[in-house]
Design a protein around this ligand. Structure first.
Ligand code: DNO
Length: 350
């Protein structure tokens, strides 16, 4: 596997030089943040980002994300123009050595939590989703942690209205339409598309979500069979649903050559409803068995990119929720250990 770390470009408070010092770190996962979804990326900005990574001795082979515009998801008359821009972006990043693009197809909201500062017993804080708090949220007067600045209330309301006529089936058709246009370009440029699962993996505010479980993935891969059409195995996202068997999914999709990127983090279930808190990476602290997930990946031939995901705020750090340095660095070291064991076992060196 190739260990990577998310880096939000020059505005990220964590310097590349620190990322480089994490044992085993080979590269960063980054994006351009100066262009709206649906628009064409600027070559100068990408070139600069690549130069900074090169100077730091870190590869820039994974983009997370080239966001898919709402017009593409909704299938509006603007979608073909946006898809052309997306194709431009695929060609552009490929020119700078990118091998994998992570994206998602969630309407309006990407990940969703009810608090950014859930207090853990050890004094650290985490992101969490408490179902009873979610039920109190009024979608017509939405103030969600992490989302307040993403849209104006007017934009949000008009988007929610636009989606009111979009069924799961229509959203899926729009995804397939998009993939049928871009995958041939990915084949030509040797770039893998890695769809990120819904987070949490169920419908929110009556918005359809279509990448939540094994059945959804099987349907997606059957509809667009090229293995360039692949997956970001985000254990924390799929794992938020108690119905998803992550060890099985990791093994199955690694074997099928669909997992191009893995976000490996843990979640701990709270109570009986759908509530969960983002735990540290260690199996013991959460509800997912990280050792068995990593073993399933390795045993089934996974050789893609991996990154630690959402860390807690620890050691007094107060960073962008989920994206501080310390806990993600601890997570990276733990993942290194799991992979070393699994890979040596596989090669019968242990
Ligand atoms: C959250 C991330 C997601 C992810 C997108 C991919 O921290 O894992 O925001 O980047 O869903 O498009």
């Amino acid at each position: 596997m190739k260990l990577t770390f998310r880096w939000y470009g020059e505005k990220d408070s964590i310097p590349l030089a620190y990322i480089r010092q994490i044992p085993g770190m080979t590269g960063v996962v980054t994006a351009l943040y100066d262009t709206k979804p649906g628009m064409a990326w600027k070559e100068e900005s990408l070139k600069r980002q690549k130069e900074l990574c090169d100077q730091a001795g870190l590869a820039m082979e994974v983009i997370e994300s080239i966001p898919v515009s709402e017009d593409i998801k909704l299938g509006t008359k603007m979608r073909d123009e946006h898809i052309q821009n997306y194709i431009h972006n695929i060609r552009l990043v490929a020119k700078y050595g990118v091998k994998c693009i992570c994206y998602n197809f969630m309407p309006v909201f990407d990940w969703l939590r009810t608090t950014m500062h859930y207090k853990n017993e050890d004094g650290s804080t985490s992101l969490a989703y408490l179902h009873e708090d979610f039920l109190k949220v009024d979608p017509h007067n939405l103030h969600l942690p992490g989302w307040d600045e993403s849209y104006s209330q007017e934009e949000l309301q008009s988007l929610l209205k636009a989606y009111s006529t979009i069924s799961h089936e229509m959203l899926f058709e729009n995804l397939v339409y998009f993939l049928n246009k871009i995958i041939p370009v990915c084949e030509e440029c040797h770039v893998n598309m890695a769809i990120h699962p819904d987070d949490p993996p169920w419908d929110v505010f009556s918005l359809p979500r279509i990448i939540s479980n094994e059945e959804d993935l099987d349907r997606l891969f059957a509809a667009v069979p090229s293995t360039r059409n692949g997956l970001t195995l985000c254990t924390g996202s799929f794992g938020a649903s108690r119905k998803n068997d992550l060890v099985h999914m990791a093994g199955k999709y690694a074997k099928e050559g669909r997992i191009h990127f893995a976000h490996l983090r843990n979640v701990r279930y709270l109570g009986d409803a759908d509530s969960f808190v983002e735990a540290g990476h260690l199996s013991e602290g959460g509800s997912l068995d990280m050792a068995r997930i990593v073993t399933a990946l390795v045993e089934n031939g996974f050789d893609g990119y991996v990154r630690p995901d959402h860390g807690r705020n620890v050691f007094g750090e107060d960073e962008k929720p989920g994206y501080g340095l310390y806990d993600r660095a601890l997570g990276a070291c733990y993942l290194n250990g799991l992979f070393e064991m699994a890979e040596k076992r596989k090669r019968r060196l242990l």
